[in-house]
Design a protein around this ligand. Structure first.
Ligand SMILES: NC(=O)c1ccc[n+]([C@@H]2O[C@H](COP(=O)([O-])OP(=O)(O)OC[C@H]3O[C@@H](n4cnc5c(N)ncnc54)[C@H](OP(=O)(O)O)[C@@H]3O)[C@@H](O)[C@H]2O)c1
Length: 241
């Protein structure tokens, strides 16, 4: 058996139309999984890149959007990647920017995990990969709801691992460093912030979505069967600095 193969497994990846989610979907398909690319809009480009698989509309502005998905069919791997960010000074931050981010990044993530677990626990097998952030460990600046939500993702990943590890479910998270996606467009467009970030990354470059994707494959594969409740930073060494 190849411990890094996803052959015979079905994986649902949220926010799979672009960025990190798209790269994860493509890498999981490459590792042999049947991938359901989910997005709040179409994932045609991802399907084309995978060469197979299918798509499913899920909009997590309703945090319960995935409630019935896992009862309807067997899904072995869940990747909670969908997420948003809002920037403003803490002193000006609006309630809407708080609620929107917490709903998608944290509430939807928890209830999607819960729905998955309700179907997977009776089978005694399943893998959950949550996408956390460096702001699961650090405070960040001008992103209060994002920081709160991603600290929450790290905590919930550990809580769910504690409850479900002995019942065959692996729950882990990846904390990506600074990755070139839509999420970081504003940072990269600001020459001062961009330079300050780059100067601190030991690897000397921004990350690429593909850097995260193979870690997700590992956390979905048998190779990681004894990894539970980990929040794995894939950050070019940022947190080591
Ligand atoms: N880029 C980084 O440096 C970085 C670092 C740490 C963590 N992350 C995390 O990585 C994950 C992916 O982000 P990314 O960098 O790839 O950014 P991205 O390109 O903006 O991707 C975010 C994904 O989430 C989806 N999404 C947003 N709102 C949604 C909703 N209401 N329902 C369903 N899907 C929704 C987006 O769909 P649309 O395209 O339709 O908006 C998109 O597919 C996020 O959780 C983010 O917090 C990113």
């Amino acid at each position: 058996m190849n411990a890094f193969s996803l052959q015979g497994k079905t994986a649902l990846v949220t926010g799979a139309n672009t960025g990190i989610g798209q790269a994860i979907a493509v890498a999981m398909a490459g590792a042999g999984a049947e991938v359901i690319a989910s997005g709040r809009r179409d994932c045609d480009e991802t399907l084309e890149m995978m060469g197979r698989g299918r798509q499913m509309r899920l909009d997590f502005s309703n945090p319960m959007a995935a409630r019935d998905v896992f009862a309807a069919e067997r899904i072995d791997i869940l990747v909670n990647n969908a997420g948003i960010i809002r920037r403003d000074d803490a002193v000006d931050f609006s309630e809407a920017d708080w609620d929107d981010v917490i709903d998608i990044n944290q509430k939807a993530l928890f209830f999607t995990c819960q729905a998955f677990a309700r179907a997977a626990l009776p089978r005694g097998a399943g893998k959950i990969v949550n996408i956390a952030s460096l702001l699961s460990f650090q405070g960040g600046i001008r992103v209060p709801s994002y920081t709160a939500s991603k600290h929450g993702v790290a905590g919930l990943t550990k809580l769910m691992a504690n409850e479900w590890a002995a019942r065959g479910l692996n729950v882990n998270a990846i904390a990506p460093g600074y990755i070139e996606t839509n999420n970081t467009e504003a940072l990269r467009a600001d020459p001062e912030r961009s330079k300050a970030i780059l100067d601190r990354i030991p690897a000397g470059r921004w990350g690429r979505p593909e850097d995260i994707a193979q870690t997700a494959v590992f956390l979905a594969a048998p190779a990681s069967d004894y990894v539970n409740g980990a929040v794995l930073n894939v950050d070019g060494g940022w947190l080591a600095r």
